[in-house]
Design a protein around this ligand. Structure first.
Ligand code: THU
Length: 129
């Protein structure tokens, strides 16, 4: 499947503008290409009880299932300046759960595979014993 990284970054940036980040003042937008061709997005949603804040990837994965499920083929996330940032460690695990084989991520050091950003991941297959 052809990946339009500019389109994905633009979708993440658009989503970032809907973030609710009054505590960190660090809005984040996330976007992914799904294996059926659709693009899903998410933004971070913080909370007065700080630890309850949701990363942009969390709302993006909710959107994945709300709109029919599927597997993530490509992913990008951006900060308030529209610059590419890395998904946090927890979100790498979240993305790995729903990754298509050979999923690619736009990172601060170029396009990488899921396995490169989360080596030797613990995943669903580990529970099939
Ligand atoms: N954040 C995300 O939404 N995704 C990430 O992968 C990195 C961090 C959010 C969480 C918090 O609302 C803000 O960025 C500052 O950490």
């Amino acid at each position: 499947m052809d990946i339009d990284w500019n389109k994905l970054t633009a979708a993440a940036t658009e989503a970032m503008h809907n973030a609710y980040a009054p505590y960190s003042n660090y809005p984040v937008g996330a976007a992914a290409l799904v294996d059926d061709g659709r693009i899903i997005t998410g933004a971070n949603v913080e909370n007065a009880s700080y630890g309850l804040g949701l990363c942009a990837e969390c709302s993006m994965v909710s959107e994945l299932f709300r709109t029919g499920g599927g597997r993530l083929v490509a992913f990008a996330c951006v900060n308030g300046q529209g610059e590419t940032i890395m998904p946090c460690g927890r979100c790498r695990q979240l993305l790995n759960e729903h990754a298509a084989p050979n999923m690619l991520l736009q990172t601060v050091s170029g396009i990488k595979t899921m396995a490169e950003v989360l080596p030797d991941a613990f995943g669903r297959e580990d529970l099939n014993q």
